[in-house]
Design a protein around this ligand. Structure first.
Ligand code: MG
Length: 385
C-alpha cells in the first residue's frame, strides 16, 4: 500500500487533510493552527513531496522524518504534521479494519465525559448557558469566563477592584446555578497578570472550580509555576504548545495539573498520546483541547479512550460562539460524536477515527478565513481576551 495523494481541503473555518492510498483507502485529519490555515496548507504541500509513494503504515517514522528533516518548528508546521498524522492513523485503522483506539492498546473507558461550551456577552447569557447545559444533561461546563465574552471592537476598561471583584461574584453565581451536579471549568483566556491570577484564584477557591485555564499568558513557564504554587485550584494549560518537549518543561515545574494538548497542533494522535503518558508520570490529568470540528473531536476521543489519566473532553457545539456561527457537523461530516444526554460522548468503534467528509462539503461551505481582529484597551493598547 502506497500514498497516492495528499490534499488540503478548506471548509468554512476549518482545514482538513485527506490522504488517499493506491488501494482506495482515504484518511482524514485536521490542522489546528486556525489563524494560519494557509501557512499550514503550505507546509502540507512541502510534506506531500516526501509522502507520495510512502507506506502509510509507518506513521511514527514519517512523523520523525517530517519533524526532524529541517530546523523549523511552530504551530503551522506542527498543524500540518498533526493533520497528516491523524489521516495516517485513520488509514491504518481502515487497513486493519479496527478503530484507532484498538491499535493504541484498546479502550480503558467506554465513553468520554465532556464539558459543554458556554459563551456570553452578558452575565445573563452566561448564566442561562449553564442552565441550558444542565438541561441537556452535561455535568461540566467550560469556556466559562468569570469576565464576559465582549465583542472585540468594544474598548476594555476596568479598575482592578472591578476586574477581580466582579469576577469573584460572577463565579459565586455560577456555582449557585450549577449546584454540585456540574463542574465549572473557569477559562481566563490569558487575561491576567500573575499577581491578578493569584488574587482571583484564591478568592474563587471556595467555589471549587475543576480547573482554572490559562490564567496568564502561557509563554513564561516559571510564572505559570508561580501561580500554580500559590493557588489550590488546578491549573489547566497547554493549548498553544506544539510539542512533547514543551509539556515536559511545564510538568517539570509543577506548573500544570491538567494538560490541554490540542491533537491538531501537538503532532496528531502520535504527539498527544505521548503527552498523555508524560502527564501520567506526573499524576497530571488530560483534558484534550478541542475548539475545532468533529474531526478534531474524533481524534481527541482516541486519546480519551486510551489514556488512563483522561479527565474531560472539550466539546464545542456548532453554534457556541454567537458571533461566529459554524455549520452543523452533520451537514458536512458523517460520523460526528454524539452526546449521550448524560454528559458523555460516545466513542466510535468504526475503523479509523470514524469520521468522513461529505463529498459536497467544500462546495457547500466555502472557506471563511478568520479576520485578524483583537480587543484594545481604552488607552489604545492591546489586551488579551
Ligand atoms: Mg482555552
Amino acid at each position: 500500500m502506497r500514498i497516492e495523494s495528499v490534499e488540503s481541503i478548506f471548509i468554512d473555518k476549518y482545514l482538513f487533510v485527506e490522504i488517499r492510498t493506491d488501494n482506495g483507502l482515504v484518511g482524514l485529519g485536521e490542522g489546528g493552527a486556525w489563524g494560519f490555515h494557509e501557512a499550514t496548507a503550505g507546509a502540507v504541500l512541502r510534506f506531500k513531496d516526501y509522502l507520495l509513494g510512502q507506506d502509510p503504515l509507518r506513521i511514527e517514522h514519517h512523523w520523525q522524518y517530517m519533524y526532524r528533516w529541517a530546523h523549523f518548528r511552530g504551530s503551522a508546521v506542527m498543524a500540518a504534521i498533526s493533520a497528516i498524522d491523524i489521516a495516517l492513523w485513520d488509514i491504518t485503522g481502515k487497513h486493519f479494519d479496527a478503530p484507532v483506539h484498538a491499535l493504541l492498546g484498546g479502550k480503558v473507558r467506554d465513553k468520554a465525559r465532556a464539558y459543554y461550551h458556554v459563551f456570553g456577552e452578558t452575565k445573563e447569557e452566561l448564566f442561562s448557558g449553564i442552565e441550558d447545559a444542565k438541561k441537556m444533561g452535561f455535568t461540566a461546563v467550560g469556556h466559562l469566563t468569570p469576565f464576559l465574552d465582549t465583542q472585540r471592537d468594544v474598548a476594555y476598561f476596568q479598575t482592578h477592584a472591578q476586574k477581580i471583584g466582579d469576577a469573584v461574584e460572577t463565579v459565586r453565581e455560577y456555582r449557585k446555578i450549577a449546584g454540585a451536579e456540574m463542574d465549572l471549568c473557569i477559562e481566563i483566556h490569558r487575561r491576567m497578570m500573575p499577581y491578578e491570577a493569584v488574587q482571583l484564584g484564591r478568592a474563587i477557591e471556595p467555589f471549587y472550580p475543576l480547573f482554572i485555564e490559562d490564567p496568564i499568558l502561557p509563554d513564561n513557564l516559571d510564572e505559570m509555576a508561580y501561580v500554580a504554587e500559590k493557588i489550590s485550584i488546578p491549573i489547566a494549560t497547554g493549548e498553544r504548545m506544539t510539542s512533547l518537549w514543551e509539556f515536559q518543561m511545564l510538568l517539570a515545574r509543577n506548573a500544570v495539573q491538567l494538560v490541554r494538548p490540542d491533537v491538531c497542533i501537538v503532532g496528531g494522535i502520535s504527539g498527544a498520546r505521548k503527552i498523555a503518558a508524560l502527564a501520567e508520570a506526573s499524576h497530571a490529568g488530560v483534558v484534550p483541547h478541542n475548539p475545532l470540528s468533529a474531526v478534531s473531536t474524533a481524534a481527541c476521543l482516541q486519546i480519551a479512550a486510551t489514556a488512563p489519566n483522561f479527565v474531560l473532553q472539550e466539546f464545542p457545539n456548532d453554534t457556541w460562539d454567537v458571533t461566529d456561527k459554524r455549520p452543523d457537523s452533520d451537514s458536512f461530516l458523517i460520523g460526528a460524536a454524539r452526546h449521550d444526554g448524560e454528559g458523555f460522548l460516545t466513542i466510535s468503534d468504526e475503523p479509523g477515527i470514524g469520521v468522513t467528509l461529505r463529498p459536497d462539503a467544500a462546495e457547500k461551505f466555502p472557506y471563511r478565513p478568520r479576520k485578524i481582529h483583537t480587543r484594545l484597551h481604552k488607552d489604545g493598547s492591546v489586551v488579551d481576551q
